[in-house]
Design a protein around this ligand. Structure first.
Ligand SMILES: C[S@@+](CC[C@H](N)C(=O)[O-])C[C@H]1O[C@@H](n2cnc3c(N)ncnc32)[C@H](O)[C@@H]1O
Length: 262
């Protein structure tokens, strides 16, 4: 759930304290990145932690061409290029690619991360151009219709990997909103789905074989902790943390999926 990013930030937590609070043993690679950089540029749950969780199960080799679809402020693109020595096309709709270019240059990744402005249904790439497609906290915005995966998968070479992490549910609730979440539920949470839902949603197309569809281990705890720290820094508590606390991992968390194009 994106915060209304672009607002003036209070920066209520000192940078050293922010680093201490956001050091997370489950995400050792992420610990190499500035906590301040992650907090100031995130558009939702920490994308660097989520990208690390995806790459724990999705092998990337040096030199690969990787699409980072819905990259937002390109933190994940920078992380992927740095950590795995891959070339990344940082593709997004809402964020100005010139803004992402500044972050890419600042990270000294000119020529290794390319900012692209594109809508997910009109991607300016050749069929089979990529070795892998990655998407963090974005695919649920454009990929829940039955036909999207067939379009998207064409951009990875046959046998290439397609991976994503999205906010999700442990299971599909019998009715909406789930009773214990009704005080917090927003209509667009209807795009949050379980690992089983996503597995079926992708497999039924016949275009991919799903290697893995699971919930991020302790994902909801990381999400809640991240929100608590960000709220402290922004000086403004939000309902999301309250919702995650009320849910206590029963339903909310992250769904992670890795598949291969047939
Ligand atoms: C919650 S933000 C997450 C951004 C980034 N991945 C992160 O985790 O910080 C969702 C992103 O999805 C992108 N997005 C949503 N709908 C899109 C569409 N139809 N085409 C391309 N990108 C889209 C937005 O531009 C936005 O940056």
């Amino acid at each position: 759930m994106p915060r209304a990013y672009g607002l003036a930030r209070l920066r209520g937590v000192e940078d050293d304290e922010l680093t201490r609070l956001l050091t997370n043993e489950r995400h050792p690679r992420s610990g190499r990145y500035s906590a301040r950089w992650m907090v100031d540029n995130a558009m939702g749950p920490n994308p660097v932690w989520l990208a690390e969780s995806l790459t724990d199960v999705m092998p990337l080799e040096p030199g690969m061409r990787v699409l980072d679809m819905g990259c937002g402020k390109a933190l994940t693109s920078i992380f992927l290029a740095r950590e795995f020595d891959v070339r990344v096309w940082a593709t997004d709709l809402w964020i100005d690619p010139a803004e992402n270019w500044s972050r890419i240059e600042e990270a000294d990744l000119r020529g290794r991360v390319h900012p692209v402005h594109a809508e997910a249904h009109a991607l300016p790439f050749e069929e089979g151009f990529f070795d892998a497609l990655v998407s963090i906290d974005a695919y649920h915005y454009f990929g829940t219709d039955d036909l999207y995966l067939g379009y998207y998968a064409q951009f990875v070479k046959p046998g290439g990997l397609i991976g994503m992490v999205v906010p999700g549910l442990a299971e599909e609730p019998p009715s909406y909103p789930p009773a214990h979440l009704s005080p917090y539920w927003k209509w667009d949470f209807c795009s949050f789905h379980s690992p089983d839902w996503w597995r079926r949603h992708w497999e039924k197309t016949g275009q991919v074989a799903v290697d893995l569809a699971d919930r991020l281990p302790r994902g909801w705890e990381d999400w809640l902790h991240w929100n608590d720290v960000c709220d402290r820094d922004y000086g403004e508590p939000r309902e999301d943390a309250e919702m995650l606390r009320a849910d206590a991992g029963r339903l909310l968390g992250f769904t992670r999926v890795v598949a291969r194009r047939r």
